[in-house]
Design a protein around this ligand. Structure first.
Ligand SMILES: CC(C)(COP(=O)(O)OP(=O)(O)OC[C@H]1O[C@@H](n2cnc3c(N)ncnc32)[C@H](O)[C@@H]1OP(=O)(O)O)[C@@H](O)C(=O)NCCC(=O)NCCS
Length: 207
């Protein structure tokens, strides 16, 4: 059960009880592989300036079950968002975006609520994200946290990010800060030393 005191989650959950609910003319549903092209194009249209993390087409296909899409009643793709599961202690909202022409009509909020409900269904206790627009997420019960309390996220993405030391994103969480992490620094194997046998090198005078 999701351990959050914020009553807005209850309201959000109640309004997203079905997997295909209508809000402001938009519906949401779990993504399927044929959605991968739309997801790829929309997410990467905003990756150039760092608004969203770039995701390869292969990565989107591989993780398509993480994604929820929003579409019009006639089935036109409007946006997407993903929930990445680290474990029962933590999930992360990723790649949440609405097409420019669909902004401000409820689709983004509808996507986020669907992702939060999915986390609740999975028994996840805390949801995190990194963003440049914390104000949007305040609407949904997220609060700003120190990024160091989210080592799973750091080791999954930040370690390899070119903006590691120039990050302008805010870490946010909803629910209790996890007490455990499943990702951490990987141990690099010691380089194998070539063992020289005494007396085997003779070309430069060694014996
Ligand atoms: C952020 C985004 C997904 C919001 O989608 P949207 O469909 O425009 O949002 P909604 O219409 O559902 O708005 C829901 C609520 O959030 C508010 N809101 C929307 N965008 C906001 C923003 N950038 N900052 C603060 N509040 C915002 C709305 O006013 C609305 O509040 P209300 O319920 O009190 O009226 C969309 O603007 C987007 O795609 N942005 C570019 C990608 C991006 O930055 N993604 C986040 C990466 S972490």
């Amino acid at each position: 059960m999701l351990q959050v005191s914020d009553t807005s989650l209850m309201a959000a959950s109640e309004s997203t009880a079905s997997t295909r609910a209508r809000v402001g003319g938009a519906v949401t549903r779990k993504a399927k592989l044929p959605d991968a092209v739309n997801i790829f194009e929309l997410v990467n249209s905003l990756s150039g300036d760092g608004t969203l993390l770039r995701r390869s087409y292969a990565e989107i296909c591989e993780n398509v079950r993480d994604f929820t899409v929003a579409e019009s009643e006639s089935g036109v793709f409007l946006g997407c968002g993903a929930l990445h599961l680290y474990g029962p202690h933590l999930a992360e909202v990723r790649s949440i975006v609405v097409k420019p022409e669909a902004k401000g009509q409820g689709a983004g909020g509808r996507l986020l609520r669907a992702l939060l409900e999915e986390g609740e269904d999975q028994g996840v206790t805390s949801v995190c994200l990194f963003t440049r627009i914390p104000d949007f997420f305040f609407h949904f019960g997220f609060r700003v946290v120190d990024r160091t309390v989210l080592p799973d996220k750091i080791y999954k993405d930040c370690q390899n990010c070119p903006r590691l030391y120039a990050c302008d994103e805010v870490a946010m969480a909803r629910g209790p800060i996890p007490r455990i992490a499943v990702l951490g620094p990987s141990k690099f194997a010691e380089p194998e030393l070539v063992k020289l046998q005494a007396g085997t090198i003779t070309s430069h005078g060694a014996k």
